[in-house]
Write a protein that binds this ligand. Structure first.
Ligand code: ADP
Ligand code: TRP
Length: 331
């Protein structure tokens, strides 16, 4: 998606995304978000953050939140986030976004937020219906606009939030004069990684395979992937099989085709396919697991990287806020 926008004078392209620290990251998060974030590091100036302000809408235990933030940071650094290239930081280390969120809320029509599906979906799932949950998209718009971002890689579920962000940027620009470029989003290719039960993999469905699971717990998750009840001898349909779909995320096209051929021929049980999948997962994450273990030994280093990331992010957001304040008469 591209858009005519207020010219963003910054060059190179600014790429931004956030991840909520609401639990252990799973394969859905990896293929739907993290992998793209890491891959985009050489494409422009990247700002990625751990959305701890947003997480307050669902995580209500300080120790759990702190642990989750640390886990996400370790996960990202272990998976290849390079702190020399990318500003990676805690959202709450840049309080300017809260100020911008307030300012944007004064241009946000109630009707626009009332149309947001994620609020309704979350309340239906049993999450407390706080004002913060309702205005969640405004804070997200502030996250994006504070860095005057050009590109936001996200999953399909976040597209409406990006549309709201663009609407708010247009409304602000219209009221106060051109300020924000309109950010484009980029959808991740793996839009729906299946969970162990075949539904979309999600923490809230308890059907996840965690990125950094290994050994027995990983084996238990993989062996628990639901299949139909065809016997070893029977031919199987790769197109409808969850094991095959997960296998395809890790396999080369040749490995995938070889497994499909075995499915169609019959004579291979789902247990064998799961064992193959397990092998691919182990291989794919072997290096990252090792790196995560090393990083976890020096948490001061992690804190230092987050601090450095926040410093850069704050300088950028601070400059935007200076401009915004002066545009709307706060100074
Ligand atoms: P969960 O559903 O487990 O709570 P989140 O909503 O925190 O996961 O997901 C964060 C991001 O990870 C989403 O915006 C989306 O990009 C990606 N994501 C999560 N689950 C999946 C999935 N099953 N398939 C593809 N992407 C996913
Ligand atoms: N709402 C996003 C999610 O749940 C996380 C997020 C917060 C985000 N602020 C953002 C993503 C800004 C992209 C840009 O996954």
């Amino acid at each position: 998606m591209t858009s005519p926008a207020v010219k963003n004078p910054q060059s190179p392209k600014r790429i931004l995304s956030g991840v909520q620290p609401s639990g252990k990251l799973h394969l859905g998060n990896y293929f739907g978000a993290v992998k793209q974030h890491i891959a985009a590091q050489d494409e422009g100036e990247c700002y990625y953050f751990i959305a701890d302000y947003h997480a307050l809408t669902t995580v209500h235990d300080a120790a759990v939140l702190r642990q989750n933030v640390l886990d996400v940071a370790l996960d990202y650094f272990a998976l290849g986030l390079d702190p020399q290239k990318t500003a990676f930081f805690r959202q709450s280390d840049v309080p300017e976004v809260c100020e911008l969120s307030w300012i944007l809320s004064t241009v946000a029509p109630m009707g626009l937020l009332e149309k947001a599906v994620s609020y309704k979906e979350k309340v239906e799932k049993g999450i407390d219906s706080s004002v913060g949950l309702f205005t969640y998209p405004v804070l997200m718009a502030a996250d994006i606009l504070a860095y005057r971002s050009h590109l936001v890689p996200v999953g399909k579920d976040q597209v409406q939030h990006l549309e709201i962000t663009r609407d708010l940027a247009v409304k602000f620009n219209h009221r106060f004069g051109d300020t924000f470029p309109l950010p484009d989003y980029r959808l991740t290719p793996a839009s729906k990684v299946p969970g162990t039960d075949g539904q979309k993999m999600s923490k809230s469905y308890g059907n996840t395979i965690d990125i950094f699971a290994e050994g027995k717990p990983l084996k238990k998750s993989v062996m628990g992937v639901v299949t139909d009840s065809r016997t070893v001898e029977e031919a199987k349909d790769p197109a409808t099989c969850n094991v095959f779909a997960l296998h395809g995320l890790f396999a080369t096209p040749e490995q995938s085709e070889a497994l499909a051929a075995k499915y169609r021929a019959g004579g291979m049980g789902y247990g064998a396919a799961k064992t193959e999948l397990l092998g691919l997962i182990d291989e794919h994450f072997a290096q990252a697991r090792e790196k995560r273990r090393e990083l976890a030994k020096d948490l001061a280093q992690i804190e230092e990287w987050l601090r450095k990331g926040a410093e850069k992010a704050r300088a950028t957001a601070g400059a935007t806020l200076d401009l915004v304040r002066s545009k709307c008469g706060l100074r």
